[in-house]
Ligand binder design. Sequence first.
Ligand code: MN
Length: 252
Amino acid sequence: MIRILVTNDDGYRSDGLKVLADALRHLGEVTIVAPIEEASAIGHALTLRHPLRLEAIADRVYAVDGTPTDCVNMAVTQVLKGLPDLVVSGINKGWNLGDDVTYSGTVAGALEGALLGAPAIAVSLKATREAYDFGPSARAAATLAEAILRRPLPARTFLNINVPKGGPKGIRVTVQAKRNHVTSVAERHDPKGRPYYWIEEGLNEWEPDERSDYHAVKAGYVSVTPLQPDLTSYEALAALEELSFGREAEVR
Ligand code: MN
């Protein structure tokens, strides 16, 4: 029996999680372990300084008062008592494209699955003020889940899927887009005149790149980017070795 773990960062009550779980049930036994409250933009955070509670919500549905990364660890050790055959995180309300993946709790759920040794997928769709249609995202996730269960990806690799609004034209294999990061923090004042601050979401200026996830979703395609936890810049290795006169140097 194929065991599939479904998590997210929007919380266990999120519709996107439920639609995703339903779409994966024909592939195996689905267990949901998800945060009890929304944990968006929490990245790969791991809770080490307070205890975690695991709450059984319904049959094969559990909530953890922690992060998506916590949820995957709790699922593997306490619920499934072993690695699942697949971890799927989402469906997130809002894209996780390009450089933004490092902020994403959704992507971190899949990343943690990959680090523990399971094939993993993160799924996100375009944010909207209207009612969400999770159908196309769920179908895209199921399509790719089936594909990687049949032909596994290299170890420590996982997929980041982003889905455009409406019916997608198809699926494109992509690379991460690069965004021009401009920081914006607004200062306001409370009734006592003391300042407080809001970090504002960055301006969406993306570098043009035909291969990128951003370009694909803008053109109406589902983007699927293979990611890996290794952040080493292999391009920079030689330059750094030149600076430090080889692979080892003395501290002066
Ligand atoms: Mn989220």
